[in-house]
Design a protein around this ligand. Sequence first.
Ligand code: FES
Ligand code: FES
Length: 157
Amino acid sequence: MARLNVNGKMRTVEVEADTPLLWVIREQFGLTGTKYGCGVAQCGACSVHVNGEVRRSCSIPVGVLKSSDRITTIEGLSHNASHPVQRAWAEIDVPQCGYCQSGQIMAAAALLARNKRPTDADIDAAMTNICRCGTYQRIRAAVKLAAGGAKAAGGAQ
Ligand code: FES
Ligand code: FES
């Protein structure tokens, strides 16, 4: 059994301790914005925040989490998609197929929480999530927009 604080709500779930957090989020709690891509901490589709840090939920066994750990999924990032990163994503129209984008947004939100004015190098270092549609240029432009910068000229790829 695990007691988890997800998006500000305490929830109890009957699962094995080695169950990946990703599957608890998706299958037990029905929060399907967090995606499965690789299952081995490589792609970032499953990114969530744990205590404000971006983490790959496919590779976190629920047994290592404490009830005091704050887990935030894309559904809990803001009300009405009003987080600055979500607004920038919409303005720049970042997604193509969309599959990777929850993870990208969670990674960007964590980056901006610790670095208010990231450089291109900071963004490239922090945003290691894979996008098979190749939206990387728009992601970089949207991170800068969310950081308070102007919409990058030619930001759309
Ligand atoms: S599904 Fe977790 S990193 Fe790919
Ligand atoms: S938008 Fe399709 S994988 Fe990133």
